[in-house]
Design a binder for this molecule. Structure first.
Ligand code: SF4
Ligand code: SF4
Length: 350
């Protein structure tokens, strides 16, 4: 994102404040400097040379980049991307942060390297429908129904690099992804955060956003039932909506879960609430992150569900952390893995 694009975005703000009420950080701090409206006002002040760099750096760092403000913004401002870019530009990653990020990504890279030689996760068929298998799904090396699509060698969606201020590696990853997406007819995602991160930059490249679909689009083409050996027969399941999952994809997932025989789907209270984990956010802002997590833990406890599903590996870790601090342990899984292990197709749509 260029400085010009950042400026074009922030001058569109009408100060309507529709972004304030859903901001998970504002909910905790009650400080308007932490909201999208507050950050935009400060960025404008900085552009007009009324504010100094140090006066906005702290507020930019506290943003979770959850995109909730973008969803509510009538001016369609690319809020989270603007804040992440501006933060990366004003606070580029230092050597210590790069080392930290490398250590954080090391287990994923080692597992990825091992799996690279097994080649089980790579499906190089000639289909123009591609499965964007994210870095953690690759590292876990679980083969699922989504591996029937072509799974090329994506590096990463780029979000870990952008949020740590490493614009060099972010741009490298982004260029490679754009090249692959341009050559595909359709790209299927099973991680809400990867899809949202890529949607943000392909919009700037003027690539058709409709090419990117969430796997919930495929699910509702079939009816599913529990496998005989599934231990979830007549159990209650619930779903944590990742901040980056859009309304349409969420509705498809709810529709899918509600239609599985012998399984009770229960919607979580306060469905829009964040898990608080935000990749490495909880390491740099442990108090805010834990306060958000405790709120989420309460809604999970109130659901009395036997199983919590979600569609983002970072949220899966966040939900396990919620349960650890609230001593309320529930099985937590990625929806993709739950389907693979517990469901089978009942009948095809005519
Ligand atoms: S991206 Fe999320 S945390 Fe940041 S200002 Fe917007 S709603 Fe608040
Ligand atoms: S919702 Fe959009 S236009 Fe309204 S104050 Fe927030 S950022 Fe500005």
């Amino acid at each position: 994102m260029l400085d010009e694009e950042i400026k074009k975005n922030i001058i569109k703000c009408s100060r309507c404040a529709l972004c304030v009420q859903n901001c998970p950080i504002y909910e905790i701090t009650k400080d308007e400097n932490n909201t999208s409206r507050g950050l935009i006002c400060k960025l404008l002040g900085f552009e007009n040379k009324q504010l100094q760099e140090k006066e906005i750096k702290k507020d930019l760092k506290i943003c979770l980049n959850c995109s909730k403000c973008k969803t509510n913004c009538p001016s369609k401002i690319d809020t989270s991307l603007v804040f992440a870019y501006k933060n990366a530009k004003l606070s580029p990653s230092k050597i210590s942060q790069r080392i930290f990020l490398s250590i954080k990504l090391l287990p994923i890279k080692i597992l990825y390297f091992l799996n690279f030689f097994k080649r089980k996760h790579i499906n190089k068929n000639s289909s123009k429908i591609i499965y964007f298998k994210g870095c953690i799904a690759r590292a876990q090396h679980k083969k699922t129904f989504l591996d029937n699509f072509q799974t090329p060698e994506f590096l990463c969606c780029g979000l870990p690099y952008l949020s740590s201020g490493d614009l060099k590696n972010y741009n490298k990853v982004k260029s490679k992804n754009i090249e692959i997406i341009k050559s595909a007819n359709q790209v299927i995602f099973d991680c809400a955060s990867c899809k949202s991160a890529i949607e943000e930059y392909i919009e700037l490249e003027k690539i058709d956003k409709e090419k990117l679909v969430f796997f919930s689009d495929i699910l509702n083409k079939n009816k599913y039932k529990l496998k005989n050996n599934s231990k979830f027969k007549n159990k209650t399941i619930t779903f944590h909506k990742p901040c980056h999952l859009n309304k349409n994809d969420f509705e498809n997932i709810e529709n899918f879960l509600s239609n599985i025989e012998n399984l009770n789907y229960k919607r979580l209270e306060d469905i829009e609430s964040c898990c608080g984990f935000g990749g490495s956010y909880f390491i740099f802002h442990p108090i805010i992150s834990t306060k958000i997590a405790l709120k989420k833990a309460k809604t999970i406890k109130n659901s009395n569900a036997d199983l919590i599903l979600t569609t983002c590996p970072s949220c899966t870790i966040g939900l396990r952390y919620n349960q650890l601090i609230s001593h309320n342990f529930k099985k937590t899984m990625e929806l993709r893995d739950f389907i693979e292990e517990n469901l089978e197709v009942k009948n095809h749509e005519k």
